[in-house]
Design a binder for this molecule. Sequence first.
Ligand SMILES: Cc1cc2nc3c(=O)[nH]c(=O)nc-3n(C[C@H](O)[C@H](O)[C@H](O)COP(=O)(O)O)c2cc1C
Length: 111
Amino acid sequence: MKKVLVISGSPRKGGNSDLLCDEFVRGAREAGNEVEKVSLAEKKVGFCRACYYCRDHSGECAIKDDMGEILNKMLFADVIVLASPVYFYSIDAQMKALIDRTVARWLCHQG
Ligand SMILES: Cc1cc2nc3c(=O)[nH]c(=O)nc-3n(C[C@H](O)[C@H](O)[C@H](O)COP(=O)(O)O)c2cc1C
């Protein structure tokens, strides 16, 4: 049994990638895993400001929004699934903002 965190990056609840997330959640649960889904459409995750506050504050981010709660879930998950629609051959801005904000954790492990 693994702790699985699925992060749905589409702004469209019930859209294509969100539906894929739901199917993944269903399969992972059926296989006996503990699964949680987070929808970025319902969360406020601001852009990283590269202020490096996190580097001097044990990974705590200067921006107080929903990212703290999501990052905590990411840290305690065995498996993290990121789902994004294709926007101009890449991931969408919501998912990129989330990935950038994980720098808070990454930087506090650098020397
Ligand atoms: C800003 C924007 C850029 C897009 N760029 C691409 C693209 O490069 N290639 C593509 O195949 N579809 C592109 N699409 C279409 C979306 O990938 C498609 O509508 C997808 O189903 C959206 O995902 P969702 O249903 O999970 O929200 C784009 C849509 C938007 C709004």
